[in-house]
Structures are given as structure tokens and as C-alpha cells.
Unconditional design. Structure first.
Length: 299
């Protein structure tokens, strides 16, 4: 364990290990992804997708290794029983910082299929990582405000079609479609700007989840609702790398998917959209209350 090193030195070391891990695994990933691109046949995809997933899982396992080496984090985790890497899951989590992704991957790697995140379209240009996300078929989404969609309603249909195309790729092998329903990281400024009715959460955006359920709801074993709490304060990325993420509380619960939410048209059916939004709001109220209870009992 290297966590007794000075924080600055520990942060530099963790950053170096993170970058080395990326530079080792991404080129290997791209070799197989390019073969799949050149030979766009379903038989090739069926053969290569498990290889790509295996590479990504090894990459995540190496991240977990350097985290264990440099961090002395206390993990308080409940609800991981009964997970199966051979089933499909829709994973939903609150979102506070970049460390959320490392927490989710560390805990769920190889316990469920590889997490595939919805990524903002502009992040495809991120050096190295954009290529990695493309190679792993992460869905790149354009996120528009409600005001923009009112002026350009045709963009809603394009976004829906992009989501359906992405989800169609996930039906071939078990996948965990992962969504941060808030659409962005929680900050006090965003919370105030939204006038969010929740104490610890931003307003949820239900459209992506609705489309994923519509496209492949019959595949999902269940919804995995994950709640992440940092009882000592939300860590910045550098704080995380410096080993100062002292405690993490994670609660995972498996939620059956209501059958009536699988077949509706979220974009064009106002009644279905209202019913789906009501279900999501209840989910968010429960999560907000859970966060409050966990913070009260943090000591």
C-alpha cells in the first residue's frame, strides 16, 4: 500500500498509473475494433464483441489494482447479491463527480456485463478516450434543452433514432446499459439554477431510460438502481487521485421493470410520457430520501 505517501506524490503516481493503463489497453482495443469496422458482418461482431469486452474488463481490473495500491478507501456496500454477468441490466445512478465512474466500474466489473455509458456527443473528440468509447460502442448522444427541442422538434426524433441504433447493438451479447439520469454532475450551482425539488439530486431526465426500455426492455433482467454517497464530501478528480476519497457508501437495489413502461412512445404519447415521468420522480424521491438517511448515519 502506497497511501502513506504525501498526497501530491500519491496524486502524481496515481495519474501516471492511470495514463499508463490507458496507453497499454486502448491500442489493443483499437486493433480489434478496426477489424470489426472493416468487416461489418454480424458473425464478425458476435466473435469480436466478447474479445473487446474482455479487454475492457482487464483495463478496469488494472484500474482497480492501482486504486487499491494508492487508496485507503473504506467501502460500505450493500445490495450486490444475486448479480449475474450473463444477464442484461439497465443501470441507473446519481452523478456527483468523475470518481463515480471508477466506483461503479470497481464494484460491478465482471459481476454484471460491461457498463456502457451514454456519452455526450462532443466527448468523441476527447484524445484517446473518445476512440476507446467508440471502439466499445458507447452511445454518443446529443443533449438538447427543452427550449431548443420546442424550436426544433425534428431533433427529438433524431435523438430517439440514435438511441435505438445504439441499443440494437447491445442485444447481441449481455450488456449493462448505464445512465446518469441527471444528465450532468450535481453541483450546488446547478441545483439552485434548476430549482430542483430534491435536496441531493438534480432533476432527472427520463427520455434516455424510456428509449432504452422501449428498444430492448425485453432483454433487461432488471433495473439496477445505484446510490453513491461520499460522507466526507464529494471528491474532485485530483482529490480522488491523491487518495483523499476516504469513505464511499454504495447501495444497489434491483427494481423490476413495470411492464406498462416497456411499450409506450415517450416522444409522441403525452399520457405515456406523464406516466413514465411520474414513475421516475418517485424513483428519485426514494433515492433522495435514501441519501439523506445515509448521510445522517454516516458516523
Amino acid at each position: 500500500m502506497l497511501n502513506r505517501l504525501p498526497a501530491l506524490l500519491l496524486g502524481v503516481l496515481a495519474c501516471a498509473l492511470l495514463l499508463l493503463n490507458i496507453l497499454f489497453w486502448v491500442p489493443i482495443l483499437l486493433v480489434f475494433a478496426l477489424v470489426k469496422l472493416v468487416l461489418p458482418f454480424q458473425s464478425v461482431r458476435l466473435a469480436l464483441d466478447p474479445v473487446l469486452v474482455g479487454i475492457a474488463e482487464n483495463w478496469i481490473a488494472c484500474n482497480s489494482a492501482w486504486m487499491s495500491l494508492t487508496q485507503a478507501t473504506q467501502w460500505d456496500v450493500l445490495g450486490m447479491e444475486g448479480l449475474d454477468p450473463n444477464h442484461w441490466y439497465l443501470v441507473n445512478s446519481n452523478h456527483q463527480c468523475a470518481a463515480d465512474i471508477f466506483v461503479l466500474q470497481h464494484l460491478l466489473n465482471r459481476r454484471i456485463p460491461l457498463l456502457k455509458f451514454f456519452i455526450k456527443q462532443q466527448l468523441i473528440w476527447m484524445p484517446i478516450m473518445g476512440l476507446a468509447w467508440w471502439a466499445l460502442d458507447f452511445p454518443f448522444m446529443r443533449r438538447h434543452s427543452d427550449a431548443y427541442l420546442k424550436k426544433h422538434p425534428e431533433m427529438r426524433a433524431k435523438d430517439q433514432e440514435a438511441t435505438r441504433r445504439a441499443c440494437a447493438k447491445f442485444t447481441l451479447i449481455p450488456t449493462s446499459v448505464t445512465n446518469f439520469m441527471e444528465g450532468t454532475r450535481f453541483t450546488p450551482a446547478k441545483h439552485a439554477r434548476q430549482q430542483s425539488p430534491y435536496r441531493y439530486l438534480l432533476k432527472p431526465k427520463a427520455g434516455g431510460v424510456a428509449l432504452a426500455l422501449n428498444a430492448m426492455g425485453d432483454k433487461f433482467q432488471s433495473i439496477l438502481d445505484v446510490t453513491i454517497v461520499y460522507p466526507d464530501g464529494i471528491p474532485g478528480f485530483w482529490t480522488f487521485l491523491c487518495g483523499r476519497m476516504r469513505r464511499v457508501i454504495v447501495r444497489v437495489r434491483s427494481i423490476p421493470i413495470p411492464p406498462e413502461l416497456l411499450a409506450g412512445d415517450y416522444g409522441n404519447d403525452p399520457a405515456f410520457r406523464e406516466a413514465f415521468s411520474t414513475w421516475v420522480q418517485q424513483l428519485w424521491q426514494d433515492k433522495d430520501a435514501q441519501i439523506e438517511a445515509l448521510l445522517k448515519n454516516r458516523n
